[in-house]
Design a protein around this ligand. Structure first.
Ligand code: AP5
Length: 213
């Protein structure tokens, strides 16, 4: 099954993708994580992407489409995968449809993470990510049992540079302008399922599992 997670920044897509990936053994294909890994490795692609990400802007379509095109051909994607943060505009969605149809595949479901901007702001200030294993925490709602250390691997927890308030504002504006139109795009294809993303993370996951039964 190919599932797209669609929703504003901070709505919990990454958190739920990790849980679903564990349950179903479908890999999580997160363009944000792939771009951050390229920045970390100081590749040319990473250098190109960083300027856009630091300003909260979308990285050019050609870059992210190429990332997904290469990644989805790997053997672990054979039975299905979760697209987290891709597509992010109509032209990426069209490119995805074309890419999958060449492989005789299609997007099965699109999960829309439904939550208002006002409820998201506190999620950014408290988000912490493990620099070693990528586990995600929140100082209040999903704290690590080890304080500022990851309780999965002991790694240090860090704050994402694009979680600064002025960058968050830009990311939310770009989401409404470029990504939100995908709600209509996928709803016309009868693929959209609504998920109440305001609830506590485990309750969101129970509902997500029900939606995909
Ligand atoms: P990306 O990494 O994809 O970020 P995003 O979509 O902005 O989403 P986030 O990762 O911020 O949030 P999330 O929804 O995954 O929430 P999370 O689970 O972390 O993209 C970053 C940048 O890369 C973009 O700005 C762009 O520049 C570039 N990019 C990426 N993809 C691109 C594309 N396709 N095209 C062009 N450019 C692209 O949760 C947030 C916090 O809340 C965490 O602390 C978590 O612990 C907590 N939390 C989660 N769920 C709950 C809950 N239910 N209740 C309370 N707290 C919760």
């Amino acid at each position: 099954m190919i599932v797209v997670f669609l929703g504003p920044p901070g709505s919990g897509k990454g958190t739920q993708a990790k849980l679903l990936s564990k349950q179903k053994h479908w890999p999580q294909l997160s363009t944000g994580d792939m771009l951050r890994a390229s920045i970390e490795k100081k590749t040319r692609l990473g250098e190109e992407a960083q300027a856009f990400m630091d300003q909260g802007k979308l990285v050019p379509d050609s870059v992210v489409i190429r990332l997904i095109e290469e990644r989805n051909k790997e053997s672990d994607c054979r039975l299905g995968f979760i697209l987290d943060g891709f597509p992010r505009n109509i032209s990426q969605a069209q490119a995805l449809d074309q890419m999958l149809s060449r492989q005789m595949r299609k997007v099965d479901w699109v999960i829309f993470f439904d939550i208002l901007d006002v409820e998201l702001v506190k999620r950014f200030s408290g988000r912490r990510t493990c620099v070693q294993c990528g586990s995600m925490f929140h100082l209040e709602s999903v704290p690590s049992k080890l304080g500022n250390q990851c309780d999965q691997c002991g790694g240090v927890l860090s704050q994402r540079p694009d979680d600064q308030p002025e960058v968050v504002e830009k990311r939310l504006a770009i989401y409404h302008e470029q990504t939100e139109p995908l709600v209509g795009f996928y709803s016309q294809q009868n693929k959209l399922k609504n998920l109440d993303a305001r609830l506590p993370a485990l309750e969101v996951f129970n509902r997500l599992s029900d939606l995909l039964k």
